[in-house]
Design a protein around this ligand. Sequence first.
Ligand SMILES: NC(=O)c1ccc[n+]([C@@H]2O[C@H](COP(=O)([O-])OP(=O)(O)OC[C@H]3O[C@@H](n4cnc5c(N)ncnc54)[C@H](OP(=O)(O)O)[C@@H]3O)[C@@H](O)[C@H]2O)c1
Length: 344
Amino acid sequence: MGYKVAVVGATGNVGREMLAILDERKFPADEVVALASRRSVGVEVSYGDKTLKCKALEHYDFSDVDICLMSAGGAVSTEWSPKIGAQGAVVIDNSSAWRMDPDVPLIVPEVNAAAAAGFTKKNIIANPNCSTAQLVVALKPLHDHAKIKRVVVSTYQSVSGAGKDAMDELFSQTKAVYTNDELVNKKFPKRIAFNLIPQIDVFMEDGFTKEEWKMMAETKKILDPKIKLTATCVRVPVFVSHSEAVNIEFENPITADEAREILRKAPGCLVIDKHEPGGYVTPYEAAGEDATYISRIREDATVENGLVLWCVSDNLRKGAALNAIQIAEVLINRKLITAKKKAA
Ligand SMILES: NC(=O)c1ccc[n+]([C@@H]2O[C@H](COP(=O)([O-])OP(=O)(O)OC[C@H]3O[C@@H](n4cnc5c(N)ncnc54)[C@H](OP(=O)(O)O)[C@@H]3O)[C@@H](O)[C@H]2O)c1
């Protein structure tokens, strides 16, 4: 007997990817239901070779659902996750609504799978921000070896991180440049086609953006509260995959060769680091893949015990859908949940 899984936000970028990954990984589901807003009732989405018709979240009864994979934004999650959790389904949420709640574990399975057991207080587990997920996968094995003191990260984040409408905006603006039509900015504060935007999410009082703050706060919660991190997050005209240039300062010595060897053996990491033209991974190549790719590993002689590296991953997969499903697999493999039908 398998599990009943609900995917909320099934018409969105992350929701569609979740349905694809549930099928690819042969997730032990007896039944998968696709839910979205009222606007999408009857809209068809693919789940492997099956087609599911979307139902409305607001009319759905979760009493026989085991796992709810939620990717419908912060406002929907704030309202619905506690109600769904109260009906006995474990919610794995992709929004930022619950990430810093002390009663909600924030999980990247390669880094802190054991903390998932803390979900029982609210029946909610949070998935981190996409740029944090890939970063901590790369940092964890290096931290275990040489203890990270400080990280300086600059991100190059794709438009799919801002949802399906943002992908449409890059496409239509790019077309408008070639056809000499007017460029319309709706999702982004400035034009994104053939441009870069050094602002992701809203500004905070100290001048950092919320996305930059999330990277700092979430890295502390997932990996180690003692790590100091500062970030500059930039939106780039790339459809899928986030890239990061990462400077790391360690407490103990570590060479580039040692880091390469450690990362080669680390779960979720794939090192491609040849000192030749093209001997590194670009966002285009990482799209559709599960790994966190690490390239350009080198020693930073401007600080004691410093390394620099380039880290790329598919934000819709490791940054969202894949990580959420890996969390669900942790719940099952560690016997933290039982299928309701089986228990009945
Ligand atoms: N994209 C990423 O890389 C990424 C990474 C990490 C986390 N996340 C988070 O994941 C969530 C979804 O992101 P996305 O990129 O998939 O966005 P998206 O492409 O804009 O999709 C949003 C989804 O939410 C649904 N939705 C909106 N309002 C709803 C409501 N009132 N009731 C039920 N469903 C509703 C939409 O359904 P309709 O089609 O019916 O409107 C759609 O399925 C966000 O919280 C985002 O911050 C995204």
